[in-house]
Write a protein that binds this ligand. Structure first.
Ligand SMILES: NC(=O)C1=CN([C@@H]2O[C@H](COP(=O)(O)OP(=O)(O)OC[C@H]3O[C@@H](n4cnc5c(N)ncnc54)[C@H](OP(=O)(O)O)[C@@H]3O)[C@@H](O)[C@H]2O)C=CC1
Ligand SMILES: O=C(O)C1=N[C@H](C(=O)O)C[C@H](O)C1
Length: 267
C-alpha cells in the first residue's frame, strides 16, 4: 500500500484525536504515521489503537514528531496547535488545524505556516456545518434590508468538557452574518437590565450540557416572524470525515491558506 498518505494526528489521546486515529486506520487510502500528545500526557508511550479503543495497531503516542508524515490533523489545545504549526511550516507538512479558542496572536502564528505549507484553519470540519455557513450567508444577505430590522442570536450547545466558549463555530457564524448585515456589537449572554435590544448586536448563548457533540442554531428574529436555522452533530465522526477530506485535499495543493468551502466545493 505504498501510495497511502501518511497521516499524523496531534492531540491523539483526546476525544477528537482518538476518532481521527480510528477513522484513519479504517480508510484504505490513509495510514497513521504519527500520534502526538503533549510532553506530560499520560498517554505517552501507549499504543494509539489501544487508547482509541480498537486494540493495538503498532504505533505509539509520542510528544515529538520524528517520523515522516504527508499531512497532520490537529485537534488539540491552542498551545499544541501553535507548536505543531511551527513544525509543519519548517518541514513543509500540510496542516489541517481544527483546534478552537485561539487568541488573535495564536491565530496569526498558525496562519504564518501557510507561507511555506498548505493550511486549513477551520473551526468546524463537518460537511453539514460548512453547508450551513453558506445558507446562513445567503439568509443574512437576503434579510439585511428588512424594514423592521432583524435581530440575530446564535445559540450553541456542547458537552460539559468543552473549554472554550462560545464555540469557534458560533463566532465564525457571527463573522459571516456581520459581514453581510453590518452588526457592530457582539454580546455574550444578557443579564440585569440591558434595556431594549439594538439591531446592531449579535447575541451569543453557549450552553454546556452532558455529552452533546455540537449544535448551532442561528435565529433571525423579525417583527411578526422568525427563522431558526439549526445544524446538529450526532457523533464526533462528522468532524473527522471532513478533516480527512481536508487532509487529502491539502496534499494536492501548494502552500497557502485554504478553506473547508474549497475542500467541499461550496464556493
Ligand atoms: N474544527 C472542528 O471541526 C472541531 C474542533 N474541535 C476542537 O478541537 C479541540 C480538541 O477537542 P477535544 O478532542 O474535544 O478535546 P480534548 O481535550 O479531548 O483533546 C485535546 C487533546 O490534545 C492534547 N494536548 C494538549 N496539549 C497538547 C500539545 N501541546 N500537543 C499535543 N497535544 C496536546 C490533550 O492532552 P491532555 O489532556 O493531556 O492535555 C488532549 O488529549 C478543541 O479546541 C475543540 O474545540 C472539536 C471538534 C470539532
Ligand atoms: O469542542 C467541540 O466539541 C467542538 N468544537 C468546535 C467549535 O468550537 O466550534 C466545533 C464543534 O462544534 C465541536
Amino acid at each position: 500500500m505504498g501510495d497511502q498518505l501518511l497521516v499524523g494526528v496531534n492531540g491523539a489521546g483526546g476525544r477528537m484525536g482518538q476518532r481521527v486515529a480510528v477513522l484513519v486506520y479504517q480508510d484504505p487510502d490513509l495510514k497513521l504515521g504519527a500520534a502526538l500528545e503533549s510532553d506530560n500526557s499520560p498517554a505517552l508511550g501507549k499504543d494509539v489503537g489501544e487508547v482509541a479503543g480498537i486494540g493495538p495497531i503498532g504505533l505509539n503516542i509520542t510528544s515529538e514528531l520524528s517520523d515522516r508524515v504527508d499531512v497532520i490533523i490537529d485537534f488539540s489545545l491552542p498551545a499544541g496547535l501553535v507548536k505543531i504549526a511551527g513544525i509543519c511550516a519548517e518541514r513543509q507538512i500540510p496542516l489541517v488545524a481544527a483546534t478552537t479558542g485561539l487568541t488573535p496572536e495564536q491565530r496569526n502564528e498558525v496562519l504564518t505556516a501557510a507561507q511555506t505549507t498548505p493550511l486549513i484553519l477551520a473551526p468546524n470540519m463537518s460537511v453539514a456545518v460548512n453547508l450551513m455557513m453558506k445558507l446562513v450567508r445567503e439568509a443574512a444577505h437576503s434579510l439585511k434590508n428588512t424594514p423592521s430590522g432583524v435581530d440575530v442570536e446564535i445559540i450553541e450547545r456542547h458537552h460539559r468538557f468543552k473549554e472554550d466558549a462560545p464555540s469557534g463555530t458560533a463566532l465564525h457564524f457571527g463573522e459571516i452574518i456581520a459581514d453581510e448585515m453590518g452588526q457592530t456589537e457582539h454580546i455574550h449572554g444578557r443579564h440585569g437590565r440591558p434595556g431594549p435590544r439594538p439591531v446592531c448586536e449579535i447575541g451569543y448563548h453557549a450552553l454546556r450540557t452532558g455529552d452533546n457533540v455540537g449544535e448551532h442554531t442561528i435565529v433571525f428574529g423579525m417583527m411578526g416572524e422568525t427563522i431558526d436555522l439549526t445544524v446538529r452533530g450526532h457523533t464526533r465522526d462528522s468532524y473527522v470525515y471532513g478533516a480527512l477530506m481536508a487532509a487529502k485535499f491539502l496534499t494536492t495543493q501548494r502552500a497557502g491558506v485554504y478553506t473547508m468551502a474549497d475542500v467541499l466545493g461550496l464556493n
